[in-house]
Design a protein around this ligand. Structure first.
Ligand code: BG6
Length: 289
């Protein structure tokens, strides 16, 4: 018998940039959830200190859980099954010898759990590329069924902030949004930057601009998407925080979710593939855009 670890033993995969010390990312095989992204030792993602993750039961409260095939509540479980299923990494990560960037891909195909919720045949491929000051991800949805199917999706990204009352989200002015904390009314954003001062759950649709997230301190992140045309901004604030078993009562003060989404149903014909891309880049204080 061999003691060599198998795919089934693997809980997570750590990618380490080969030219930039302390730049790394960690991908949990349950959900292919990125649970850490560090640039030169500094953590760029928020994970609750009470977070835990259990296959088919509990998604991680933090990092970047993948929402598929349904964003939000609906016919199936809230945010779908992809964040709950165990994904596979079919081949070892590769390194670009020139740049030191690391590239890994994770795959999900139907299993009994997904089939019980959603009968379709599909293949998801999630490519994660760790660059020296950027995390670039790509989600491919392929219809391997003989019938068309419809899906929505989102990369439910949790960011840490120094102080939620000072955090800023730039780039949303002029976009329409569905205000989920005000009876789902459609409104138009007049603020730039958007700041958070209470429970916030908004789906900004057809966002034309890149987003710049300021953490309330000195750091800013540039969020750039292709085909994730919507941006969800979520902070549970104090009351909801208290009701969440996997989130500390005070943690709403130090996190924000800014989630690239494809929340308008996408129809894929048999054989068709949809690809959504997203990049998170650390902006240095003197960066000119
Ligand atoms: C956001 C939704 O994307 O996710 C919110 O807009 C939801 O309505 C939040 O509360 C968290 O969802 P969950 O299922 O991870 O608790």
């Amino acid at each position: 018998m061999s003691d060599k670890p198998t795919q089934e033993d693997l809980q997570h995969v750590t990618l380490e940039h080969q030219k930039c010390e302390g730049t790394s990312c960690k991908v949990e095989l349950v959900g292919a959830t990125i649970s850490s992204f560090k640039i030169m030792g500094h953590e760029m993602l928020f994970v609750s200190k009470k977070a835990y993750c259990e296959e088919e039961k509990k998604p991680l409260r933090g990092g970047i859980p993948i929402v598929f095939p349904q964003f939000g509540p609906g016919k199936i479980k809230q945010h779908g099954f992809a964040r709950l299923c165990r994904w596979k990494m079919p081949v070892m990560p590769t390194v670009n010898p020139q740049t030191g960037d690391v590239d890994a891909s994770f795959v999900l195909v139907p299993n009994d759990f997904s089939k019980a919720m959603w009968p379709h045949d599909f293949a998801l491929v999630y490519r994660v590329i760790l660059k020296h000051s950027c995390l670039a991800v790509q989600l491919q949805v392929k219809n391997t069924d003989s019938e068309p199917f419809t899906f929505t999706s989102c990369l439910h990204t949790y960011f840490p902030v120094d102080d939620i009352s000072k955090a800023t989200v730039k780039g949303l002015k002029g976009s329409s949004y569905i205000d989920k904390v005000d009876e789902g009314k459609t409104k138009v954003e007049s603020d730039d930057p958007v700041m958070i001062n209470g429970r916030t759950d908004r789906v900004y649709t057809n966002v034309k601009n890149d987003i710049i997230l300021g953490d309330g301190g000195n750091a800013s992140l540039l969020l750039k998407s292709v085909n994730f045309d919507d941006i969800v901004v979520w902070n549970p604030w104090s009351e909801i925080a208290k009701s969440m078993s996997d989130f500390d009562d005070e943690e709403y003060k130090t996190m924000i979710c800014v989630e690239p989404g494809a929340t308008k149903p996408i129809v894929l014909a048999p054989g068709e593939t949809w690809t959504g891309k997203h990049g998170i880049t650390l902006l240095l204080p003197d960066t000119k855009l």
